[in-house]
Ligand binder design. Sequence first.
Ligand code: ADP
Ligand code: ASP
Ligand code: MG
Length: 343
Amino acid sequence: MEKQKMDRKQEKFKILKFGGTSLGTVERIKHVANLICNNELNLVVLSAMSGTTNSLAEIASLLFNGDIDGAQRDIECLKSKYIEVADKLYLSAKSIEEAKKFILCSFSSLQTIAQSPISSKQEKIILSQGELLITRLMHIYLKEIGIVSVLLPAIEFMRTDRNGEPDIHFIKRNVCKLLKHYPNNRLFITQGYICRNVSGEIDNLQRGGSDYTASLLGSALNACEIQIWTDIDGLHNNDPRVVSTTAPVRTLTFDEASKLAYFGAKILHPTCILPAKLKNIPVRLLNTMTPQAPGTLISDTADTGKIKAVAAKDNVTYIKLRSHYKIPCYRFLEKIFHCFAQS
Ligand code: ADP
Ligand code: ASP
Ligand code: MG
C-alpha cells in the first residue's frame, strides 16, 4: 500500500479524451473501456455519445420557440435510446437497474424543464446531460467488469471566469484537491465540455469543447501526455469529409496544429492546443478503431520546410471596406472593430 502511494506521487497522469464518435454504440463503449484499463495513471475525459448533444440542442431550440410538445417528443425518443443502451451494455440486473435509475432521473429533470419555454441558463443544463449520462454509464460498466474507477464530477473543478475563459487557477486547485481523496486509484473518469461559470451556474466550453477540457486538465495536472482519441488516424493533410485521398500527418508543432484547428480541421477544438503548448505537453491524436496506428504527435519539435496540411472554413463572410480618409486610420479601424464586437 505504502509503495503504491509513493509510486502515484512520482507518476504523471495521462489524459485520454474520447469523442462522441468513439462512444456511439454499445460495442464502442465496451471497446473504449478496454482501452482505458491499461493500469497506467489515467484521467479519462468523455464526450457525450455521438448525436446526443445535437439532440439536446434541438430540444433546447424547440423550447426557445415554445414548441413544448415537440421537445417532449424528442426527450422521450432520446430516453428510449439510452434505455436500450442500458439493456444491451450490462449483463447483471443490478447494473441495468443502477444505470436506468440514473437515466430516468436525468430525463425526468429534462421533462420538468421542458414544461415551458426556457432561459439560456436552462439551455446549459439541458446540454450538460449527454456527458453526465455517458460517464455514469461507463463507470457502471467498469464496475460490472471488475475495474475500479473514480467518477470525478467536472462541475466541481471546471470553471470559467468573468470573461468566460477557463479559470486556470481554480481548475488546478480544485482538481488536485479532489484527486488527493483517492491516493491509491489509477483510473479516473470525468465529463468533457461541461463546467460552471463565474456565478456557479452550469455552463459549457462550447461545441466540441471536450478536447479543451482534456488539455486544460493536462495542463492543471502537468500530465505526461494528452491523447485525443477519435474516429480517424490522426490529423490528415486535408478534410477527409471533402477530399477522398487524404493521409495522416505524423508530426505537427503546437503552432501548426492550432492554426489548422482554427482554420477548420475539425478533428481538434481550436483552443485546445494552447494549454498543452504552454506546458510543453505532447498531444497525440489517435484512432479508437485502430488503436495500434501511430496517429499524429503534436509537440514542440519542428519539422518545418514543407506544407503539411490544408484546412478550410465554410460560411466565411468577406467584407471589403474603404476609408474616405476623413478620419485618421486608427479611428476608422476602431469604428470597424467596434461594429464587429457588437454583431
Ligand atoms: P470526436 O467525436 O472524436 O470529437 P470529431 O467529429 O469532432 O470527433 O472530429 C473527427 C472528425 O474530424 C473526423 O471524423 C473527420 O471527418 C473530421 N476532420 C476534419 N478535418 C480533418 C483533418 N484535417 N484530419 C482529420 N480529421 C478531420
Ligand atoms: N458533446 C459536446 C459536443 O457535441 C462536446 C464534444 O463533443 O466535445 O459538442
Ligand atoms: Mg470533436
